[in-house]
Design a protein around this ligand. Structure first.
Ligand SMILES: [Zn+2]
Length: 510
């Protein structure tokens, strides 16, 4: 590479390279979207192959030495703009991370994952952990190797956490969870003393096509622009983007429970608004990407829980929902909806947990993963450990493996270190929400009136426009004046649930 090439010309070459790689990545994503929505089941083998080829192509192109040389050359230049420097530094970080994994290792991992996934599906169907155990064993071995290849300072699991949440460590999570656990346990004990809330309003027959129409209406009213997106049905709801001009979501419907679809749709809406709000002129570059998984999850949870499960939201949307289901909702009012959707009850399945007990599901998975990676827990002992932890934290008996340690897909995908980002997301969401409420006068009233644009604009100014410029911790400090701290989440939880369970009414903001 010619040292005499001008910086703008060289930066253009970098941009072109990254944008072409992004073209391949997003084309892959479109194949994945199709696979989860409309693809005929018979084409799964060919589709897996197509996706694998494109993924390998994108990875190979990015890790070519010419990328590294381009980045080193550019980063030595003094005439870069701040924005250019940010992009280049982040790309260099990505490059250095990705070249740590030899292609032989990447292939071995991806083949093991394909097999593990199939065995996990079988094991779950047959309710038998032992069918999955040999594959989990292989995955844990590979993940330990990966941790060694990536490098870490204190704990091998830190290297895996860092891949999903840059800078996240076991030390940070241990501290966070050691504060969250007793505070949550205390609140759950208080709630348990009170009469349980009623949720019959949700458990009626809600016709599928009417639910679908309601979800489309709701998305539009909450700020989703169908000119740049669409909603479809999928078994496991997700959000996927092909640029910030095409961000799609999926949902699923259960006719006997209106909440099953509704809050999942709002959750995905939160992810989608973030992707739609990322700077379009940074397509393919780090500044056009989300900050981290934890921040992504903060966006979905802020919309789903802080906004979507508030009394203000229920007040605004109850009449809308009633217009779709007049008969079912006739005997009820917004407060009934509000209480019903916030019922707290320890349960077996993570994805169906309320927002308080949810954290214990994550803490348990974190403890399992950390112990597996450091070697203090044998793979064969996972089901027993799982049962013992569910009894310890949630006071419930795990009847079998399918409802226990086989319930999540993550491990079969090789995703170790992913789960904690869900808890981080809730904690960041509470911190952002507390700041938003302070900064926007009469916020609750505006919410009741359906002024969701205000939330979107606030998030756009504070989160979306920065792309990946800041780490989660830096972004949190910029917005809230402090780093990650579970206290805002606990304050929000105490205020809300003491009100719902109606045993402490003072000092409540509705
Ligand atoms: Zn999510």
């Amino acid at each position: 590479m010619d040292q005499l090439t001008t910086t703008p010309a060289l930066y253009e070459a970098y941009k072109k390279r990254l944008q072409e790689i992004a073209d391949i990545r997003y084309a892959t994503a479109l194949l994945q979207w199709d696979q989860e929505t409309y693809m005929p089941a018979g084409s799964i083998t060919t589709r897996s192959r197509q996706i694998a080829t494109l993924s390998e192509l994108a990875h190979a192109r990015f890790t070519e030495s010419v990328t590294g040389e381009l980045l080193t050359n550019l980063l030595e230049r003094k005439d870069l703009t701040e924005e250019q420097r940010s992009n280049l530094e982040l790309s260099q970080y990505d490059y250095q991370q990705q070249v740590k994994l030899p292609s032989g290792f990447v292939r071995e991992l991806s083949e093991t994952i394909s097999n593990s996934f199939n065995h996990w599906v079988e094991a779950r169907k047959n309710n038998s952990f032992s069918l999955f155990a040999p594959w989990l064993e292989k995955l844990v071995t590979l993940k330990r190797k990966e941790a060694e290849l990536m490098g870490y300072e204190h704990h091998p699991y830190d290297a895996l956490l860092n891949q999903y949440e840059r800078g996240c460590t076991t030390e940070l999570l241990d501290q966070l969870f050691s504060r969250l656990k007793p505070a949550l346990a205390e609140l759950l004990a208080e709630i348990k003393q009170q009469p349980q809330v009623e949720n019959r309003i949700l458990k009626q027959h809600f016709q599928e096509d009417q639910q679908w129409a309601f979800s489309m209406d709701l998305l539009e009213k909450m700020g989703y622009n169908f000119h740049f997106g669409r909603q479809d049905k999928a078994a496991h709801p997700f959000t996927i983007n092909f640029s910030s001009e095409d961000v799609r979501i999926t949902t699923r419907v259960r006719e006997e429970d209106i909440s099953y679809m509704t809050w999942s749709t709002i959750h995905e809406l939160g992810h989608a608004l973030y992707e739609l709000g990322l700077p379009n002129n940074q397509y393919g570059l780090p500044l056009g990407e989300a900050a981290s998984l934890g921040i992504h999850e903060s966006q979905s949870r802020l919309w789903e829980n802080n906004i979507g499960r508030s009394l203000a939201w229920c007040t605004h949307f109850f009449p809308v929902l009633k217009s779709y289901f007049p008969q079912q909702l006739e005997p009820y009012g917004p407060e009934d909806l509000f209480r019903a959707i916030n019922k707290v009850q320890p349960s077996l399945i993570r994805t169906e947990a309320d927002e308080l007990t949810y954290h214990f599901h994550i803490i348990i998975r974190y403890e399992v993963e950390k112990a597996l990676v450091e070697g203090s827990l044998e793979v064969n002992a996972v089901p027993e450990f799982w049962k013992q932890r569910y009894q310890h934290y949630l006071g419930i008996d795990v009847p079998d493996d399918s409802n226990g340690c086989l319930q999540d897909v993550h491990w079969s995908h090789g995703s170790f270190g992913y789960f904690p980002t869900y808890s981080l997301g809730s904690i960041y969401a509470a911190q952002f929400y507390a700041t938003l409420v302070k900064q926007v006068p009469k916020f609750e009233k505006l919410l009741q009136e359906g002024e969701f644009e205000i939330v979107k604009n606030w998030l756009s100014d504070n989160v979306y426009i920065h792309g990946r410029k800041y780490t989660s911790e830096e972004l949190c400090r910029r917005i809230t004046g402090k780093g990650i701290d579970p206290e805002d989440f606990m304050q929000y939880a105490r205020d809300k649930y003491r009100f719902i369970y109606a045993y402490k009414l003072e000092g409540i903001i509705l």
